[in-house]
Write a protein that binds this ligand. Sequence first.
Ligand code: ME8
Length: 655
Amino acid sequence: MSKTYITTPIYYVNDLPHIGHIYSTLVADTVARYRRLEGDDVYFLTGTDEHGQKIQKTAAEQGIEPIALADRVVERYHQLWQQLEMTHDDFIRTTEPRHWAGVEKIVARIAEKGDLYVDRHEGFYCVRCETFYTDKELLEGDRCPIHETPCDRQSEENVFFRLSKYQDALLAHYEAHPEFVRPESRLNEVKQFVAQGLKDLSVSRTTVDWGIPLPGFEGHTIYVWLDALTNYISALGYGSDSDQLYRDFWQGDGARIHFVGKDILRFHAVFWPAFLLSAELPLPTTVWAHGWWLRDNLKMSKSIGNVVRPDYLLQDFGHEALRYYVLRDMAFGQDAGFSDEAFIERYNSDLANDIGNTLSRLVTLSRRAFDGALPPAKGDGLKAEAEQAMAEYRGHMEVFSFHEALRSLSKLNQEISQFLVRNEPWKKLKDESQKGEVAEVLWAGLEALRLVATALLPILPEKAPKILESIGADVPETFTEGALSWGGLGTGKTLGAVEPLFPRIDKKEYLKGAEAKKEAKDAKAPAAAENKEKRSGKGKTQASSAEGLISIDDFFGVMLKVATIQTAERVPKSDKLLKLSVDAGESSERTVVAGLGKAYEPEALMGRQVIVVANLKPAKLMGVESNGMVLAATADGKPVLLSPESEVPAGTRVK
Ligand code: ME8
C-alpha cells in the first residue's frame, strides 16, 4: 500500500480561523479522502503555530498569557474542524513537549554539522510574517512585500544558520525533482530566488522569550519558523523513542506533500529543505503552493478587516456547500475572489439544479414506471460519456486540479439531463411496449448519477452517500474495486422517496435579507456602521448571520482598547469634529477624529480615558486622518463618552 503524508500549514493562534485557513485544510482533507479511496495508507496532519513575537504581542495586547490565547484559539480550530468533518489523523501544537523534543533534536544535528554561528544582525522585521526582509525586498517606506505594512528596524545578536552553504544543493534538488515545488510557475520563482544568492539566516531571537530556548545559547529563543517547520516531523515522533510513524511516513518512499498558501512558499521550499539537508534528513516530495482568496481584490487580512468568517456560511448553507464552492471556484494555484453572490450561483447551478433535480427526477420516474423500484434492465446510453468523465476526474484529482475534476462531473450531470430530454421517458411511462426502452434510459441516467455521487465522496462526505442511498447504490469503501467503472448499479431494488438534499436558494431574496439584517445591526452598532461606509463590495460581511446575531469570532474581529486622551482640539471649520491625540499603549500616540465637538469642550477631555476601536482602517475626516474611533452612547442626539469605571493602563483590551 503506498504511503502518503499530507500536511496543512500550522496556523498562528493570534487570530481566529477564516476562509483562507479553512481552504488550505479543506484541500488537504479532500486529497486525504481521495487518496484513501484510491487505496493509499494516508497520514494527514494539521495543527497550530503558537510561539513567536506575533503571539506574544497579541497576548500582551489582550492582557493574557500567550498560552491562554493559544488554548482559546485552538479550541475554536478543534470545533471548526469537527464541524467541517476534517479527517486529520493528528493535530500538533508547537507548545507540546513532543514537538519541543523534535525541535531540539533537529537543532542539535544542525549545530553538530557546524551550521550555526553567532553574529550581530540588523534588518527590517515584519512581525506578521515573522521574518526579516532585505532592503531590496521591501516596498517603498520600508513596508513588508506581503502585508504592505511598515516593518520594524531591529538590531540584535543572533545565531545564524549557514543557509548560503546549501544554495547549490537546493538548486540541484529543484533541477532533479521539478515536482518538489508545484505549480510550475512557483518552482521558477523559487529557483530564481535561490539563484540570486542566499544569505545566512538568523535563527534565534534575544528579544522574544515566548518560544523554545536554543540549547547552548543562553538567552536565545529559537526562531519561530525553524520551530514551526519542524512540526511536520515532530508530529510523527521525530525526537522521541516511538518514531514508527516517522519511519513510515517520512523516511519511506511514499509521498510527503505540504499544502501551503503562496505567502509561505519560501519558508517551505527554501529554508525547510535547507534545514533538512543540514540535519541529513529526507526532504518532502512536494510543496504545493495555492493562491489566495481575495475580498474586494485584496488578500483577506484581519488588519484590513476584510476576512470572511465561516459562521454565517455554515449556518446558512451547510459545510458541504462551502467545500464544493471553494474547490470548484478557485483554479487551484491561482487567486480567486470570494463573494456570496458567486457562492449562491454555484450552489444553485451545480448542487440544487444539476445534482438535486436530476436525482429527484430519475428516482421519481423510476418509482412511477417500475412499482417504486429501480429499472429492471440495464442500458448503456451514457456509458461513453460517463467513462470519459471518470477518467478526466481521476486525472485531475491526481494532480490536485479540483476545479477541473468538478467541472468534468458537472459536464456529465448536464449530459444526463440532455439525455433525458432527448429520450423523453416521461412520455412513455404508460405504454407497456416501451417499458424496455424506458428501463434502459432511466437505468443509464441513474448509473451515470451513481458515478458522479461516488466521485463526489471526497468532496461531499455526507451528501454523496445520501445520493447513493437514494438510488439504491452501495457506498464504496474504495475506488480500487471498480466503484468508478460503468455498470455497478443493480436492478429492481425498491427505492424510497427522495428528500431534497440541496434546496434552491433565492439569490435576490437572500442577498436582500442579508443586507436588511446588516443594516438593522449597523443601526444598533455604530462601529459596524462606520465600517460599512468605509468598505466597498457586494454581499454580506463576515458579521452578518441569521437573526442579525454575530458570533464571538465577529466580536473579536473588532479590537477595542482603553486609550488616554493626551490632547484635544477642534478641527478647523467644523463645530462637530474634535482631533484627539490618544495613548493606546502603543509605541506612539494615535490621532482619532471624533464627532464630540457639540457635547464636549476639548479642554475637558484631556487626561480622560475612553474606549477606542483600534483596528479601523484610517479615514480622512475634514482633511485630518483618523486612526480609530471613540465609542460613545448617543442619547437625544448627543454623544456620551464611554470610559472604564476606574483607571486602567492605556492599551488595556476591552472584551
Ligand atoms: O503562516 N487565501 O500561519 P497563518 C487562501 N504559522 N489561503 C489563506 C488565506 C487566503 N486569503 N489566508 C490564509 C502561518 N491562508 C504560519 C505557518 S507552517 C510551518 C507555519 C492560509 O495562520 C494559507 O495556507 O498566517 C496560508 O499559507 C496560511 O493560511 C497562513 O496561515
